[in-house]
Design a protein around this ligand. Structure first.
Ligand code: SAM
Ligand code: SF4
Length: 363
């Protein structure tokens, strides 16, 4: 990754509440190889046709423009990003863009043992691996598919490869997490992996979310402290990080609690999201979207695939600011940022669930 060249940069993406946006979650697919109940429907999922998804060239173009607008961090997600063919190729493209300081991936880990070497070689530095349960039956109840063994193998392979950081993510769900909490914490501590618990959010495709299923960050902390002793609040170098971090008092391991439902952290949010088919969103819970694919494909399909997209990409990375297409993209990105609300409002009577479920947005 090359250092930032300020002279090529546009004014930053600051919204009406003074929040500067420096982080982009890039969804590369809505497909997945499991069916977590808090995210996807169990059967008969209607995925986007392949031609609707942004090509890697298109993702690279969006990324290049975002970097010049002061975004410095990308996270690849989905759906399950590892089911997208040739993902290391995209990683390599993004990792070499000027201005990028952090490139990470969130995965369910099922295909990780196979793909981790190529991803690391392509320039991926950080991994979040989802792991809600260490018990095969509980895993199956959540994921509605088998796969725990593959996930554990994926975690082990990633550890052996020496990624800069590997973090485990668990969705905290009442009735499931209580018994998984301590085994997950022990598993993470024994391997020196950071473990984060995320409160269950109303983004499940089957719309069955209910507040009573949310196991709060406070409850999780209490359970952990009853077993391991007091958790020590960790320094918070990045105020926009979604997690409140704690250290175990014996110095072994780190726990993060992400509590979007019970203690929203919208005031420090610096994140934008782009869906696999190129819709920009200013919030997980946004009900509006800004179409970047339409601008990327403004020419004919043939031109987009074989010509103009490549020309545009070259202009972006060369720092040429006079592309009409780039100007249109920047204007649309700014509209999206300007429209960002102060908070998601889950806890208010006016809250409206987005039409999309988590797998269609990119978590
Ligand atoms: N498939 C990959 C995975 O599961 O890690 C990446 C995409 S997934 C949508 C990203 C993260 O969102 C995962 O850690 C998942 O557990 C979390 N997630 C999905 N639905 C959620 C929900 N309704 N509430 C809270 N977290 C959720
Ligand atoms: Fe797939 Fe990730 Fe959604 Fe689970 S959370 S269904 S692994 S996209």
């Amino acid at each position: 990754m090359t250092p930032t060249n300020e002279s090529k940069y546009y004014p930053p993406l600051t919204d009406g509440f003074g929040r500067r946006h420096t982080s982009l979650r890039i969804s590369v697919t809505d497909r997945c190889n499991i069916r977590c109940f808090y995210c996807m429907p169990e059967e008969n999922v209607r995925f986007r046709p392949r031609e609707e998804l942004l090509t890697f060239e298109e993702v690279e173009q969006v990324a290049a423009v975002m970097l010049r607008l002061g975004v410095t961090k990308f996270r690849l997600t989905g759906g399950e990003p590892l089911v997208r063919a040739n993902l290391p190729n995209l990683v390599q493209r993004l990792a070499s863009l000027p201005g990028l300081t952090d490139l990470a991936l969130t995965t369910n880990g099922i295909l990780l043992a196979d793909q981790a070497p190529a991803l690391k070689a392509a320039g991926l530095r950080r991994l979040n691996i989802s792991l809600d349960a260490l018990d095969a039956e509980a895993f199956r109840r959540i994921a509605r598919r088998d796969g725990l063994e593959q996930v554990l193998e994926g975690i082990e392979t990633a550890r052996q490869l020496g990624f800069e950081k590997i973090r485990l993510n668990a969705v905290a769900i009442r009735g499931i997490t209580e018994v998984q909490l301590l085994p997950l914490a022990r598993f993470a501590r024994e391997r020196d992996l950071e473990l984060r618990f995320i409160e269950f959010m109303p983004l499940d495709a089957e719309s069955r979310w209910d507040n009573s299923q949310v196991m709060s960050g406070v409850e999780i902390r209490q359970c952990l402290e009853a077993e391991f002793g007091p958790l020590i609040p960790a320094p918070r170098p990045d105020p926009s990080q979604p997690a409140t971090d704690f250290l175990f008092h014996d110095g072994r391991g780190r726990i993060g609690l992400i509590h979007p439902v019970t203690q929203p952290f919208c005031g420090d949010c610096n994140r934008l999201r782009i869906t696999a088919e190129g819709k920009l969103r200013n919030c997980l819970f946004s009900t509006a979207e800004w179409d970047l694919r339409e601008l990327l494909r403004a020419g004919t399909r043939e031109n987009v695939v074989h010509g103009s997209v490549h020309r545009f990409a070259a202009a972006s990375s060369a720092g040429i600011a006079d592309s009409e297409q780039e100007a249109a993209m920047i204007a649309r990105i700014r509209q999206c940022v300007a429209a960002k609300k102060p908070g998601h409002g889950i806890d208010t009577p006016e809250f409206i669930r987005p039409e999309r479920a988590m797998y269609q947005i990119g978590g």
